[in-house]
Design a protein around this ligand. Structure first.
Ligand SMILES: Cc1ncc(COP(=O)(O)O)c(C=O)c1O
Length: 360
């Protein structure tokens, strides 16, 4: 398939955000976007990069009614050497295909979309911010486009990619966040769509997220949906606990997102010779270990924040402090290391980082 590229004339380029320290997350978008369509007779076709524009959708478009869609979130980083780096981006595209399969949507050729994604980033590279912790966020989105309101899989689809500059994800920066354990709402159940990156999971999370924020906490920690006991993940992160000398994280049981940062942390921790265990961990054990001092660190892992140390865990009306509310040494070491890899500062022994301005 050919990729058509239509560029905005330089005179039509939109102004960049004036203050990189106030970028926030998800508010600014670049000049161009990638699109490609799927129809049953032609498969994926009409791949193009063109000036960013609104989509025109019939009000009956299926994605708007039944949420048949999947998306991804990844970043391009501007290194100190001015190079542009991508981190494990093919894994994001593979995960998008996995989500597509769960949502009965067509998969796509990863090599082709990877190449289009790189072309889009290179075309809009003036939008990649340079300040520490900032990056160009890349959002692929695959949506069902039949104008039809019966419940069945759509026959036609659109895959598009938009990009935009983002600052540090958490307003607190690299300081411990506080999390609220939801003992009432649940996010996903085994056999459901929790392992797919699809809008329904995020819609399901909003009420608990509001409850957490009303009580002064940053994010929700989800428990399993059946026993309301085992820790699963946080709003937009996987979660890890350092208990005694072991890093413990939930196994991929089908109800949590298989995070790419989670997998990277598991690999790095083992590479460093740290004990890393994937096992079911009850919130009762977390609370007990927080109380008797065996829980020395807790941190979230995700593309947005990389590593987000947790300083307080609120469960059943009680707030438990972790690591005296400070950032622990393992969280800090992982954060510095992964950040160093992503910005091309550290030699990459894992083959995760690609400098795309050189790759062409
Ligand atoms: C629900 C959820 N869990 C975990 C993660 C972390 O995944 P990753 O490390 O691939 O960003 C995310 C973010 O994408 C998420 O939305």
């Amino acid at each position: 398939m050919e990729l058509q590229i239509t560029c905005l004339d330089q005179s039509e380029w939109r102004p960049l955000p004036s203050d990189e320290s106030k970028l926030g997350f998800g508010r600014h978008f670049s000049d161009h976007m990638f699109l490609m369509e799927y129809t049953p007779d032609r498969g994926w076709h009409n791949a193009r990069i063109e000036p960013r524009h609104p989509l025109s959708l019939d009000p009956a478009t299926m994605v708007l009614h039944y949420g048949q869609e999947a998306f991804e979130g990844l970043k391009a980083y501007r290194g100190q050497d001015r190079g542009i780096y991508l981190f494990r981006y093919r894994d994001n595209l593979q995960r998008l295909n996995n989500s597509a399969e769960r949502l009965v949507m067509p998969t796509f050729d990863i090599d082709f979309v990877a190449s289009a994604l790189k072309k889009l980033v290179l075309l809009d590279q003036r939008w990649i911010p340079t300040s520490p912790g900032s990056a160009l966020y890349i959002r692929p989105n695959l949506i069902a486009t039949d104008p039809f309101i019966g419940v069945r899989p759509s026959r036609n689809y659109l895959l598009y990619i938009i990009v935009g500059p983002v600052g540090a994800y958490y307003p607190e920066g690299f300081n411990p966040v506080s999390i609220y354990v939801s003992d009432h709402y649940v996010r996903a159940v085994k056999g459901g769509i929790g392992a797919a990156k699809t809008g329904g999971n995020y819609a399901a999370s909003l009420a608990a997220q509001r409850e957490a924020q009303q009580q002064g906490f940053t994010q929700v920690l989800w428990l399993d949906a059946i026993e309301h006991r085992y820790v699963e993940e946080v709003g937009t992160m996987n979660i890890m606990f350092v208990i005694d000398d072991e890093i413990v994280t939930s196994p991929l049981t089908g109800s949590i997102l298989p995070g790419i940062t989670r997998e990277a942390v598991i690999t790095i921790a083992r590479h460093w010779g740290l004990k890393m265990v994937e096992r079911m961990l009850g919130i009762d054990e977390v609370v007990e270990c927080a109380t008797n001092g065996r829980l020395t660190e807790c941190f979230g892992t995700g593309t947005a924040a990389i590593i987000s140390p947790v300083g307080r865990i609120h469960y059943m009306g009680k707030t438990h402090t972790v690591a005296d509310g400070q950032t622990g040494p393992i969280s800090k070491r992982l954060y510095d290391y992964i950040l160093g890899l992503q910005y091309g500062r550290i030699e990459d022994p894992f083959g995760w980082v690609e400098r795309i301005d050189l790759a062409g």
